[in-house]
Write a protein that binds this ligand. Structure first.
Ligand code: ZN
Ligand code: ZN
Length: 127
């Protein structure tokens, strides 16, 4: 998986521990999205395999979260949360895999649905 300009490449090992949609306000605040299409791994399972010198990690001023992005094109490659998980967007995976999402990455649920700003009716369980 790589950023828009191709300077940075990121590889994930194994299936994600969480593959879901997150409707919490922290994800919205960090990423400016109505909800986050989350693929979450333990930190050691997501590695920058090319162009680490073109990455920067921005620590959110209040929350224990970071955005790791490419300094050449600005694309966010992943973010981290308070548990230090690394969260990759399903949309970035799709974009770099011919608009396909592997079976083990398919969203299984909506998390923090009670905190949503957008209603979703897709039949997935809501937690
Ligand atoms: Zn880039
Ligand atoms: Zn969230």
């Amino acid at each position: 998986m790589h950023c828009d300009c191709g300077a940075v490449e990121v590889s994930m090992t194994g299936a994600p521990k969480v593959h879901a949609y997150c409707h919490c306000e922290d994800c919205r605040n960090l990423l400016q999205v109505p909800f986050h299409s989350v693929l979450a791994w333990d930190p050691e399972k997501v590695r920058i395999t090319r162009g680490e010198n073109f990455t920067r990690s921005f620590q959110h001023p209040q929350k224990k979260m970071t955005r790791v992005f490419c300094t050449q094109c600005g694309e966010v490659l992943y973010n981290t949360n308070a548990m230090e998980w690394k969260l990759v967007s399903q949309l970035l995976v799709r974009k770099t895999h011919n608009d396909q999402l592997p079976e083990s990455y398919q969203p299984s649920a909506h998390f923090f649905y009670d905190r949503r700003i957008l209603d979703i009716e897709d039949g997935l369980p809501k937690k």
